[in-house]
Ligand binder design. Structure first.
Ligand code: ADP
Length: 464
């Protein structure tokens, strides 16, 4: 670089000196006669040589100074490029190079501060992720480990960065969730049972903006064990209560038959019978819920016509509804649609919904049942024109023992478990359930079931 500057400066000087010398030479040959012209020409040649020597000296010293300053700038740039943000030029001169050097120093100082901030926040994030109880792993678009926290390393023994994730976490459900999040760009959740033998993990995989996914693994072993203990306890208690309750009911009924009409005891016995049968209903519902919730109940799914499910519900409740002055109607049965359903279980769902509708619908109104195709599902609905439910209750309606009006529910013989049972049965079918309602404008309960592909078992055969 230094040589190039030198040659350029020299070239400029040579051109200038040559132009001046040529002009003087021209003036001498025009104005003067020999021998004075010859003397002046000799003096001119000497002056040109002298001027060239001075030009040479200036070019050389200027090239040396500019070249070495530009070299410093070049070194500075390559240090910054290598990530050394402490590099500085410290050139305080006021010329153009000095101004550029000051600007570059300011830029390096700002970059260093920014990098420091980034390093601090990334260290804080890393500490936070490492202190988490949940295991976290980031997987690249190519399916390689990008980062894993300490909890994950402790779980799987090792988590080498850049190693294929299949070699790090060998669980097909986990891998499927990560793949799905990465491909669909949507959060995907699953339950993984073979990450560590004997332990159950809830996996939530979320997509990363530049491809790949971050998965969080939460250990659910203890929670599921506690949940199972609770379910077993409820099922056992309910089972144990069944026999004494049947006995109380039986004796109360026998005593009622024998008690004289006018006797006060009749009233007491009636209270005993009523409460015993309420408790019996409650224990039955608790047992059903425990069975469905635990997944122990085997549903026998078969392609069933939606129309048939609706008809059976109407047949079971027509008389009860009539006795209360309520009309049951089937509005839209999606007749030809087939759903995968366990007939008995879905009948229970329908019964719980229609039973509630009858309980809440005022005399003289109607209850509408129906079904309609909804994508790869069929959606069933039960609509009443009763008091409705205000919106704040809707999200919690399917929780066990959740009642909007406790007194009314108890008075009507409700256990508070009907909707929870319906929800678990529908979920076990791969369906969904929800309620739409507005205060004083009735309620609609809707549940969907997956469509069946096969042809249905003939109507008569199913009933047999
Ligand atoms: P319950 O045995 O009390 O009816 P459910 O689980 O079947 O228990 O229902 C939960 C609560 O949802 C009920 O207590 C009631 O407050 C409300 N509910 C259910 N169905 C209806 C309906 N059709 N109209 C108004 N409220 C309803």
């Amino acid at each position: 670089m230094r040589r190039r500057i030198f040659f350029r400066l020299m070239a400029a000087f040579v051109v200038v000196i040559a132009v001046i010398a040529f002009s003087i030479e021209l003036a001498i040959t025009r104005e003067l006669r020999p021998p004075s012209a010859g003397r002046l020409e000799n003096a001119l040649i000497l002056a040109v040589i002298f001027a060239l020597l001075i030009a040479f000296y200036f070019s050389w010293s200027a090239a040396r100074s500019i070249g070495s300053r530009l070299n410093t700038v070049e070194n500075f740039a390559s240090r910054v490029g290598r990530g050394d943000l402490t590099a500085r030029l410290n050139d305080s001169s006021l010329d153009e190079i000095g101004k550029i050097a000051t600007a570059l120093d300011d830029m390096a100082t700002a970059l260093e501060a920014r990098f420091q901030e980034l390093r601090t926040s990334s260290r804080q994030l890393e500490t936070l992720l490492n202190s988490m109880q949940d295991a976290v792993i980031a997987v690249s678009r190519e399916g390689r480990v990008e980062w894993a926290n300490r909890r994950l390393e402790r779980l799987v023994g090792h988590a080498r960065v850049d190693a294929p994730v299949v070699e790090t976490v060998r669980d097909p459900d986990f891998l499927a969730a990560v793949r799905e999040a990465s491909q669909t760009k949507d959060v995907s959740s699953t339950r993984a049972t073979s990450v560590v033998p004997g332990r159950i993990f809830g996996v939530t995989a979320a997509p990363m903006p530049d491809g790949g996914a971050v998965a969080v693994l939460r250990d659910l072993t203890e929670t599921e064990r506690a949940e199972k203990t609770r379910r077993d306890f409820i099922a056992n208690v309910s089972h144990e209560l069944r026999t004494p309750l049947t006995s109380i009911q039986g004796y109360a009924e026998t005593l009622l038959e024998a008690a004289p009409e006018s006797n006060n005891y009749r009233e007491f016995l009636e209270i005993i019978r009523k409460n015993a049968s309420r408790m019996a209903r409650l224990t039955e519902d608790l047992l059903t819920l425990a069975r469905v919730e635990s997944g122990e109940q085997n549903f026998e799914l078969a392609p069933t016509r939606s129309e048939q499910l609706l008809d059976e519900a109407v047949q079971s409740f027509r008389e009860i509804a009539k006795s209360r002055g309520i009309e049951l109607q089937v509005e839209n049965s999606a007749g030809g649609e087939l759903v995968d359903a366990d007939n008995e279980a879905i009948h229970q769902v329908m019964s719980n919904l229609v039973d509630n509708a009858i309980k809440y619908a005022p005399t003289g109104t109607r209850i509408v049942l129906g079904a309609r195709p909804a994508g790869d599902r069929v959606e069933f609905f039960v609509r009443d024109f009763g008091p409705g439910i205000s919106s704040e209750h809707l999200p919690r309606l399917f929780e066990r023992f959740y009642r909007v009006d406790k007194a009314r529910s108890r008075e009507s013989g409700g256990t508070g478990l009907g909707l929870a049972i319906a929800k678990h049965i529908v979920l076990a079918h791969g369906g969904t359930i929800r309620a739409e309602s507005e205060l004083n404008h009735g309620s609609t309960f809707l549940f969907s079931l997956p469509r069946a592909a096969e042809s249905p078992v003939p109507h008569e055969q199913q009933r047999a």
